[in-house]
Every structure is written in structure tokens, then in C-alpha cells.
Design a protein around this ligand. Sequence first.
Ligand code: 5CA
Ligand code: ZN
Length: 407
Amino acid sequence: MRSWTSPIVPSLDDLGFGRGPAVEVHDTATGALVTVDPDHHARLYVCGITPYDATHMGHAATYLAFDLLQRAWLDAGLTVTYTQNVTDVDDPLLERATATGIDWAELAENQIELFRTDMTALRVLAPDHYIGAVESIDLVVDMVGQLDAAGAVYRVDDDLYFDVHADADFGAVSGYDETTMLQVFGERGGDPERAGKKHPLDCLLWQAERPGEPAWDTSLGRGRPGWHVECAAIALEHLGTGFDVQGGGSDLVFPHHEMSRSESVVATGENFAHSYVHAGMVGYDGEKMSKSKGNLVLVSALREAGRDPVAIRLALLAHHYRSDWEWFEAELVVAEQRLAAWRIAVDRPEGPAGDDMVSALRAALTHDLDAPAALRAVDQWAAGAGHDPRASTTVRTALDALLGISL
Ligand code: 5CA
Ligand code: ZN
């Protein structure tokens, strides 16, 4: 489906700063910082929205984390291929459509469009491949066929299930023990108690048509794709096996990324992603911000209230991407003040040389995307005095290139 338009990323190399260092990020599967220094071409997959209540600050924070990763890669001289999906048919979307009396496809289209507008306003880099589940049904059918050929598919009534233990390394992403897996699976869309399954953790690949729900005629029967295989099939088609980073919020570690990885490994016999990178959860009113809890702060509502999207972006950047944190209105006020101070500082005809700040920004961001440390380095530059007439150009370029902040 149509993506949105990326902002132009200026080059620090063009200003004589050379290339930034290789990028290190935290990999959930190994629990270690790993250098993501692919051979000149980085391939990234980030799990996209389920379009029924976009875009809250938690979504925005997650997409911003992977925006920083891409900016650090670009600064290091890599080209990036970025794929993101849209879960444009799934239980929560259909439930919301039924509850509100809006056609599910129309609800999805409206929310996807709102998401595109929010991402554009926040200057988030657009995916090269922005792919919906509905337009990927053939891919899913093919992948279920590959899994079937590997002997990893079985039927419960007319639904098709993946035998997770067909993958000897099932559990490699989360590292959870079985008790934890069972509990989390039940909480996050799984069906551990369904009778007829070979193992309670086995997950749905294809769901046969239910009355009143959308369904597609395929060789698997009339029905719709399961969630995990959707992302697996889209990632493999648009990035190939062994891509660099599978990303999303930490709520997707298990079962979603675990299952997608196992399905891909069993279907292809090859590695799925090299690293699994997860953003922390943003809360509000003492709970995880989520559509189901209804405690949302929407980017579009803040924009409509006249808040500067650059300040919204800056407020999100004040938190390390891996931390869990809670949104407070006061954060936006602090960000607006910070932005005003930076704008005054770059409007000076001359200022302290920006070279140290560029080095500090690069060091912070290539070390597990430490945006808060990067912001402190800019604060320090803005508070200083000096006589470099190029300072403003350097700082504007660095902030735009590495943080996506245009002053
Ligand atoms: N469509 C699936 C992924 S395939 C999905 O999880 N959609 S979502 O709309 O619920 O979330 C979209 C993205 O935002 C996911 O990467 C998810 O991990 C992330 N996310 C959801 N809620 C939060 C939150 N409160 N804080 C941070 N990130 C969140
Ligand atoms: Zn996904």
C-alpha cells in the first residue's frame, strides 16, 4: 500500500564530518549489545499498526526508535531497506468495527491515513515497502504451504495451526520458560486452552471463515491469515532471509516475534533476523497505553490542539527507547521550552564550534540509540558561547540528520 513521504536526511559527510561509527543496539535474543554493521546494506523490518486507533504516543515512540536507528545507519554510510506491515485484518480491528458500526475496511483505511499524516508530521522516515496483510494473502498461503511441506502444519476443525516445536530453537527470541510462555501467550492474543491442539503454544496460521467476518478464497480454504505468519511472510518477501533487525515494541517479543521467527526458520531452513530490537512501553494513567484500555494520548489530538510536532518528537526523544515510561503533559511543555532555547541558539550569527557536539551526538546514538544523552549534548552546545560562524549550519545539519529535529 502507499507509504508516506520521507523527510530529506542531510549528510554530515557533505559538511566534512566524514562518516559516523558503526551502530550498536541491544538484541533481545542474546541480551547483549550487538554491532549492526551490515555490509553496506541494512535491512530492517518493524511491526506496523493494527489500524483502529492510531497514533498514540506509544506507537510514535516505537517508530521513532527505529527512525533513529536508520539515521545512524545512514550517517555511517549504509543504504537501508525498510519494510513495515499494516495488520489491516485481525480480531481487534474487526471487534472495533462491529462495536462502532463502521465497515472494517473503511475503519482501517481512515486510521492508516491518519497514521501516515502523524508520521509525516513527526518527520519519521517512511518504509520503502509499506505492506498490508490483505494485500499479502497469497504470500501467507505460500508460506503455509512451505510449512506444510516441512510437516509443521495441522488442522483443528477448519483452522490451520503451526507446530512450534518443529523449530528446535523455539524460544530463541524471548528466552522464556514454558510457564511464562503459556501465561503471556494467553494474554496476547493466543489460545493456549483450545481443545484439539497438539501443544497449547501452537499458533494459528490460517483461520477459517467465521460468520460475519471477512474471508478470502484460497487453496487453504475460505478464511484469513493468522497474525504471526503475516509478518513472517511479508518480511521474507520484501527483505529476504537473514535480514538485520526485526523491530517493534517489547509487547511483541512473545509470542509475536518468537512465532514469526520459528515459522520462518521452519519454512526456509534459514535464519530470520540477525537481531531483535524492542522499544519499551509507554504508559499513561498508570497503565500501558493501549487501545484496549482506552488510555490514549493521540499525536493527532496534540497536533489539532496546536502543539508543534517537532516538540512532540523532542519530548519522545527525551526517553531512552528501551525504557518503559509514562507520558505526562508536562513533558511536552519541557520539550517546547528546550526547542525554543535551541532555536534561539542556532539563530545566533556565531556560536561555539559544533564539532564536539557532532562527535557527542554520534557517540550517544551509535551506543544503543541513546537519545537522552544526545539531547544533553545539544543543551550543552546551546548554553555555550563562541565565535564560529559555521556553528549554526553544523548544528542544524547534525540535528536534522541524526535526530530528525529541524530547527
Ligand atoms: N500490528 C501489530 C504488529 S504486527 C501491532 O502490534 N499493532 S499495534 O497497533 O498494537 O502496535 C503498533 C506498534 O506500536 C508495535 O510495534 C507495538 O509494539 C508498538 N506499541 C503498541 N503499544 C505501545 C506502547 N504503549 N508503547 C510503546 N510501543 C507500543
Ligand atoms: Zn508484526
